[in-house]
Write a protein that binds this ligand. Structure first.
Ligand SMILES: C[S@@+](CC[C@H](N)C(=O)[O-])C[C@H]1O[C@@H](n2cnc3c(N)ncnc32)[C@H](O)[C@@H]1O
Length: 285
């Protein structure tokens, strides 16, 4: 498939490489996109020059960004595995990102082969990927929904979501590396509460979120690259992130820097210096 590379933005030169299979007319290639920047940071191939340029701009200011992305993905894995081992078999993964190895379904089904997973993202690129990933999957066990977390009702009342998930039983809602794209004016805390309210007792809320970190101003400088992207980044401190768990009981060790949430190996000094984000898991009583 070929397509004219018109309208590429200020950062935009494009290498002219063949377009990937998932490319679609609704995908805006003139702006860097968080999902594709994150994919690039994780070493994925599903990104454009404009995304790589934005990521490299950010990495020049904040080399830890790549380790942060990996630590975040590893947290998602530990949280999903823990909840699956604790008996949760249903997952609503909002802000899925481009589902690479170690995605929610893969981890949950390693524990429960019949685990049910709904992937929600507002980005057409992510939805295209998720659909490709799921084309062979049992539709009773998974669905892909293109929707915006800022409209919780659309997600909570979606027929596709309800065709896979039973809201009478525990569900783990994942808002992982997502809420920092939602501002206070857009009521980030209020919308997290709407998801908690809709869940049955025993359900879980999983959150990770970007924070200022020990080198004050560093993330701010790095995020200028992200701010060219279609979403802005809002840094919140530990207390503000803890407030997302209102209505739940935090599992030990509470809200911590991302690598320190139930680590599966001994933490290094480098891990402990990755304080540019916090994470936690809460259970609805
Ligand atoms: C940094 S990625 C995180 C991916 C995955 N949750 C993880 O942590 O590995 C953020 C994802 O959130 C999605 N996103 C950003 N704002 C969103 C919104 N308002 N509604 C739904 N998805 C959104 C982006 O498209 C992107 O895929």
């Amino acid at each position: 498939m070929t397509q004219e590379l018109s309208g590429i933005g200020p950062l935009g030169k494009d290498s002219g490489a063949p377009l990937p299979e998932w490319d679609a007319p609704e995908i805006d290639r003139t702006k860097a996109h968080p999902a594709r920047i994150y994919d690039y940071l994780l070493g994925g191939k599903d990104n454009f020059d404009v995304d790589r340029d934005a990521a490299e701009l950010a990495l020049a200011k904040m080399p830890e960004l790549r380790a942060m992305a990996r630590a975040n993905r590893a947290f998602l894995g530990r949280a999903v595995r823990h909840l699956a081992e604790a008996g949760i078999t249903q997952f609503l993964d909002i802000g899925t990102g481009i589902p690479g190895p170690g995605n929610t379904g893969e981890i949950a089904r390693a524990v429960h082969p019949q685990a049910r997973v709904v992937y929600v993202d507002y980005d057409p690129i992510v939805s295209a990927h998720s659909r490709a990933l799921l084309s062979a999957a049992d539709p009773a066990l998974s669905a892909v929904v293109q929707a915006d977390v800022r409209e919780p009702k659309t997600i909570l009342e979606s027929g596709a979501v309800h065709s896979v998930l039973d809201f009478e039983r525990p569900i783990a809602v994942l808002l992982v590396a997502l809420l920092h794209f939602v501002s206070d004016e857009e009521d980030a805390h209020g919308l997290a509460a709407q998801f908690v309210d809709a869940l049955a007792p025993g359900s879980a809320l999983v959150v990770s979120h970007a924070s200022e970190g020990h080198e004050v101003g560093k993330f701010g400088a790095a995020r200028e690259g992200w701010n060219n992207a279609t979403s802005r980044l809002v840094l919140r401190d530990r207390a503000e992130i803890e407030a997302f768990f209102t209505g739940t009981e935090l599992l030990d060790p509470g809200v911590t820097i991302i690598p320190a949430w139930r680590p599966d190996r001994e933490l290094t000094a480098e891990d402990l210096a990755l304080d540019y984000g916090h994470a936690g898991v809460g259970i609805k009583p």
